[in-house]
Design a protein around this ligand. Sequence first.
Ligand code: A2P
Length: 328
Amino acid sequence: MHVAIVGATGAVGIEMMKTLEKRNFPVGKLTLLASARSAGKPLPFKGEMIPVQELTEKSFAGVDVALFSAGGGISKQYAPFATQAGAVVVDNSSAFRMEADVPLVVPEVNGADIKANRGIIANPNCSTAITLMALWPLHQAFGVKRIFASTYQAVSGTGAQAIKELEDQVAAIAAGQPVPRTVYPHQIAFNVLPHVDSFLESGYTKEEMKMQNEGRRIMHHPSFKASVTCVRVPVYRAHSIAVSAEFERPVSIAAAREALAAAKGLDILDEPANAKYPLPLNVAGSDNCQVGRLRLDCALDNGLAFWVVGDQLLKGAALNAVQIAELI
Ligand code: A2P
């Protein structure tokens, strides 16, 4: 297949290349696209160096699958040129996620949905995808009504510039220098920011509402409710989510474990007495998400509290996109 990656030089784009290689996706030709700034920059794929090309309206001739991860504006502008050229677009941005004829897919949950598409398939929000890896098997066992959740989101979710900002701030603070700041509205090193994405009139952020809006579509569960606080933390890679979920039916820890143990792409790490629970440092670079800290929620009826961690550049982005491409 002729595969194109739009945003190849970005934090997610690089992982897309690695994931295609690691999963031995049948790539006949790989076209790497980014802004004019990166044109000519060689990137490694399967032992070869492939030069990045500037993204233009004509970039998609002969392309079978185009993986987009260069932001919503670029997706809106260029995805139509890709579909007109006959490519199927897998889009990592939020540009098309709520459009009725664009499937929004986590393969482990609703892979069958990809069929009804008009040439574009959307990859979900990273925290939503990771949360659903644990919530979906629990929903099947007990029927979820609503969740309350807080996220602990890594800076790589903001992109390559944010990774550099955290590195630069840590170095500046260690050297007693003034703290440089361009990406986030406040210092992210040694701090946490209750601010991911832009604020809505309701007081929630857009990112916070993705859990409910996208969760409803992916789980085919229109009455699912989610009250979420999204927090940016000074972690390089892997998002963590603390979830309290309320279910229709009574929950037991044994039945919850059984449901989670059977889930694909998810590992249970839950030995709190031995200080064994999922950590972003350990999950970074892993395809599978991890869930732990399982306990009956003391404030909800039929409630379960848990902690789920996933590499958001992989399951929250590149891996999920390549899994969708595999389904195509
Ligand atoms: P470039 O590196 O040339 O700026 P990240 O999310 O890590 O910041 O990465 C964003 C990705 O989107 C990069 O690959 C970046 O390319 C790409 N990108 C940003 N603006 C454009 C644009 N106008 N046209 C094409 N690609 C773009």
